[in-house]
Design a binder for this molecule. Structure first.
Ligand SMILES: *Cc1c(COP(=O)(O)O)cnc(C)c1O
Length: 368
């Protein structure tokens, strides 16, 4: 694999300090973008080339560009956090870089070298550092690296040209109004991913496939959809864009245990999910991966052994689950309130990311 250089061609007219500060006062999620983006091309026979940091702006595309028709696309999501000493650090970017490679392989796309992925993210954060919020709290600069097939033509095969792009967006709390439990619609018939499919690749198609169920959930008054496995419609997999955790024993005198569904191939291997397996142990909890059935979820919730459930992912960090509904049933998890273990894990992970507690796993990637 060739490692391209990235040429810096910054804008001469970035947004004014006052306008940027107005955005940073209430950034929302994914609504505003920084002054720059990084673009790297890939061409068959040449590999990665023409890396550039350029002003953020529209792409011009032929209407027959491959990705617009056949969705050969992958993406990532990671965050840069302001550290107490004023510098900036990203959280486990090499994990995103490696997952980007594995998504690329699954979608028949070229792999970007890990160091190029990280360098592209670093250069963008350094250039647009003023966009990294510095009021503490949960705010961050969300980075969205992605790759699209740019060959022109309607032939169906892996394209021979691609663009890798990184854009950045300041992010406040993902769910407005703080840590409020989300309600979950259990999708008993629509599935997100199938065995042998692309459920373990971070590709836009998985999201496209989830939107109708998401709209149906919203019509039932629910915030998010929980998907079951596609074969038995029995095993809990994940939400449309977040992994799930089940907390056992927080109400008894035993050690709490957190359990997350096993990576069966149709789940996305979340980096937050992976990190929490370790953070839980740091806090003296047990953590494990296991299959969890929908009957077990309901039964253990009702008999009180399953004390909390939460969802996790880069964008929202950790979000407690409150009400669970499906066509046939409905129950309240943790009386609809955020649980103690959920909140402790959330604080512990955020403290590492914000640099206020020791980074003993070496997860933070500090930018110079
Ligand atoms: C990105 C994503 C997640 C969460 O992964 P993180 O690395 O923790 O952000 C979970 N599920 C799906 C489907 C995703 O696309």
């Amino acid at each position: 694999m060739t490692t391209p250089t990235i040429e810096l061609k910054p804008t001469s007219s970035p947004l004014s300090d006052a306008d940027r500060e107005a955005i940073l006062a209430s950034p929302g999620f994914g609504r505003h973008f920084t002054d720059h983006m990084v673009i790297i091309k890939w061409t068959d026979g040449r590999g990665w080339h023409d890396g550039q940091l350029v002003p953020y702006g529209p792409l011009s595309m032929d209407p027959a560009t491959n990705v617009l028709h056949y969705a050969q696309e992958i993406f990532e999501g990671l965050k840069a956090y302001r550290q107490p000493d004023g510098t900036v650090a990203t959280f486990r970017p090499e994990m995103n870089a490696k997952r980007f490679q594995s998504s690329a392989r699954r979608l028949g796309m070229p792999e970007l070298p890990v160091e190029t992925f990280i360098e592209a993210c670093d250069l963008l954060v350094q250039q647009d550092e003023a966009w990294v919020p510095s009021h503490g709290g949960e705010e961050s600069l969300y980075l969205r690296p992605f790759m699209i097939a740019t060959e022109i033509g309607l032939g169906v095969r892996p394209a021979n040209e691609y663009l890798f792009i990184v854009i950045a967006s300041p992010a406040g709390a993902y769910f407005a109004g703080g840590v409020k439990p989300v309600s979950i619609w259990l999708s008993e018939d629509r599935v997100r991913a199938v065995p042998g499919g692309v459920g373990d690749a971070k590709t836009g198609g998985n999201y496209a496939a989830s939107l109708l169920a998401q709209a149906e959930a919203a019509a039932k008054g629910c915030d998010q959809v929980a998907y079951l496995d596609a074969v038995e419609h029995k095993w809990v997999e994940e939400l449309g864009g977040m992994n799930l955790y089940f907390v056992y024993g927080a109400a008894s005198d035993q050690k709490p245990k957190i359990v997350t569904p096993t990576l069966t191939g149709s789940l996305l291997a979340g980096i937050t999910r992976d990190s929490l397996l370790s953070v839980a142990r740091d806090l003296g909890y047990e953590s494990e991966e296991a299959r969890v059935s929908i009957d077990q979820w309901r039964r253990d919730s009702e008999n009180g052994t399953l004390t909390e459930v939460f969802a996790c992912g880069t964008a929202a960090v950790i979000t407690p689950v409150g009400t669970v509904k499906s066509k046939s049933t409905e129950w309240q998890q943790s009386e609809g309130k955020p649980g103690e273990v959920t909140l402790k894990l959330r604080e512990a992970l955020l403290d590492i990311q914000r640099g206020v507690s020791e980074d003993k796993h070496g997860w933070m990637h500090r930018l110079g």
